[in-house]
Design a protein around this ligand. Structure first.
Ligand code: PEP
Ligand code: MG
Length: 568
């Protein structure tokens, strides 16, 4: 069954979506509860209003001060997140809105709620990444309200021993300073594979399960739980000795992963290009420290999310050049702007669309604005001139749905001597692969969107995480078809969605005929190590098992069982 709770005797197992592999056995600790929000609070007379606003300012200043102190003791990304949250507490627009509410007679607590609601509504209307920041806004609201009431600050409790952290969803300020030596796993009721919790957990390499659903609430703080991040399970009925054995087993796997060295190949020597997904030069430098053979997906739009004007060709070339210089002679696959849907860019997208995931996103923007695309291609070509002579620079378009689009894009690339490809992430493109592929030099399957569109399930919805699972056999069948066409036309077929980051699924993808895999830097060694343990023929058997399974969990479990047998 997909994502349901199972009960055995006194114990129970809650199933969510595993986003970072690993196992842990420790007490569950629920994050300190958010304060009850006031639903009224009128009655502050005009002569008390100045003092009431000062009370708010003092509370806000205490909260931001504490966050800044924590930031000073943290490093890198953690410090940035804490400083950003402190900045939100000090935001002048928010303070102004609170003041206005207090001046209308509201007490500080109620004024904070109203002011925050106003900003949340604005962020939600903007959609995409802005909408995801509403968690941060509500976090700031809750901290200030707790401070106003003299209650303990909500969020991370002071954990004494080892713990598995439970939460509805985690705010950036909670995850930024997680004590890795104590917090052994994260489990959230909400969230999805691309939520903030998942991203931080991946960076910290903490086993993590999201979208576990409301039945997680039945497990109280203090209950010993066993978490399996690969299976997405949280169990309360496992015996301590069995749990310890599983942890030891996993430690051996982790050791094997740490020992693995590229280039990636199967046990019988079939080469598989293993590449990294990056969003900027910094991430590319991190990738260069791994065993990655190059970059398989550079998401260029991530550099422009907050830009209000299109950067010039020279400015763009400089930004792309930073990624190229991390891999001066290796393959870099750069994707043209995938603006829209959850990644709106103000200078590229329409102001409002009722259904942005099905709207004018990715390559579609260039239909009415070809110059936006050609300026980007010019910038890529300019940056590529500084690469070493034979360094492969491949360029692909997101959201290609038709043969005409593929031909049009490929011509624009070839006019600039760039190797042309397309993402296969719209089911139509997979089904038309035999027409589309002859137009191109390569394709790369975006399993995140391919899953979203095949299953008709929003990739950001936590309720639908059981559908937006790349193990869905329907998605794997489209991958299979694309690979078969790729082999016929001699066009390389890569995968650059999250599916490529799951070691067992990576073996399935190789069995389906994928020639390169691109994933987060943290996942490279796990995938490479898994491939080194299986032959090409075994990968093909795994692929057969997965595409013939009845559902995503059944596919995952059957493949796991097969791999476990090989280990014996
Ligand atoms: C995908 O859709 O699988 C993909 C790699 O692109 P993105 O996640 O950026 O949409
Ligand atoms: Mg995509």
């Amino acid at each position: 069954m997909d994502n349901f709770t199972t009960s055995t005797g006194a114990g129970k197992t809650v199933i969510g979506t595993g986003v970072v592999s690993g196992v842990a056995y420790a007490e569950a600790v629920w994050i300190r509860p958010r304060p009850e929000l006031p639903s009224s609070g009128q009655g502050v007379s005009p002569d008390q209003q100045v003092a009431e606003f000062e009370r708010f300012q003092e509370a806000a200043s205490n909260v931001s001060g504490r966050l800044e102190t924590r930031a000073a003791g943290a490093e890198g990304n953690a410090a940035e997140v804490l400083n950003a949250t402190a900045g939100m507490v000090k935001d002048r627009g928010w303070h102004k809105a609170v003041k206005k509410n207090i001046n209308s007679g509201q007490n500080a607590e109620f004024a904070v709620v109203g002011a925050t609601d106003k900003f949340v509504a604005m962020f939600e209307a903007a959609g995409g990444l802005m909408a995801e920041r509403t968690t941060d806004l509500k976090d700031v609201r809750d901290r200030v309200i707790a401070e106003l009431r003299g209650e303990p600050e909500p969020g991370l409790p002071n954990v004494k021993g080892e713990a598995v952290l439970f939460a509805d969803d985690l705010a950036p300020a909670d995850t930024a300073t997680l004590d890795r030596t104590r917090i052994k796993a994260l489990v959230t009721e909400l969230g999805g594979p691309t939520s903030h919790t998942a991203i931080i957990a991946r960076q910290l390499d903490i086993p993590c399960i999201v979208a576990a659903g409301s039945s997680l609430r039945d497990i109280e703080s203090g209950t010993k739980v066993f978490v399996d991040g690969a299976l997405g399970t949280v169990s309360t009925d496992i015996e301590e000795t069995v749990a310890r054995e599983k942890i030891e087993e996993y430690a051996m796997i982790a050791e094997r992963i740490a020992q693995w060295r590229g280039p990636a190949q199967t046990k019988d020597g079939k080469k598989v290009q293993l590449l990294a997904n990056v969003a900027d030069g910094n991430a590319a430098r991190i990738a260069a420290d791994t065993e990655a053979d190059g970059i398989g997906l550079y998401r260029t739009e991530m550099s422009f999310l907050s830009a209000t004007e299109e950067p010039t060709i020279e400015e763009q070339a400089k930004i792309y050049g930073r990624v190229f210089s991390a891999f001066p002679s290796s393959k870099v696959v750069i994707r043209t702007l995938d603006a829209g849907s959850d990644k709106p860019i103000s200078y590229a997208n329409m102001e409002h669309e009722d259904n942005p995931a099905l709207g004018v996103r990715g390559l579609r923007i260039a239909r009415d604005n070809e110059a936006l695309l050609t300026r980007q291609l010019d910038a890529i070509a300019q940056a590529a001139e500084n690469r070493e002579d034979d360094a492969p620079t491949w360029v692909m378009a997101p959201m290609v749905a038709t043969t005409t689009e593929a031909r049009w894009f490929a011509n624009l690339c070839r006019e600039r001597n760039l190797t042309a490809g397309a993402m296969i992430e719209v089911p139509a493109a997979a089904l038309m692969a035999d027409m589309i592929m002859p137009e191109l030099d390569f394709v790369s399957i975006g399993t995140n969107d391919l899953t979203q569109y095949t299953m008709a399930a929003d990739r950001l919805s936590s309720q639908l995480a059981y559908l937006t699972d790349p193990w869905q056999p329907a998605v794997l069948r489209l991958v299979k078809h694309t690979c078969e066409v790729g082999i016929r036309h001699n066009v390389p077929v890569g995968v650059c969605g999250e599916a490529a980051a799951d070691p067992a699924l990576a073996a399935v993808l190789v069995g389906l005929g994928v020639t390169s895999l691109s994933c987060a830097s943290t996942a490279i060694a796990g995938v490479g190590s898994q491939l080194s343990l299986v032959t090409e023929e075994q990968c093909q058997q795994l692929a057969e098992i997965a595409v013939k399974s009845v559902g995503a969990n059944a596919a995952r479990e059957a493949v796991r069982d097969y791999l476990a047998q090989l280990d014996q």
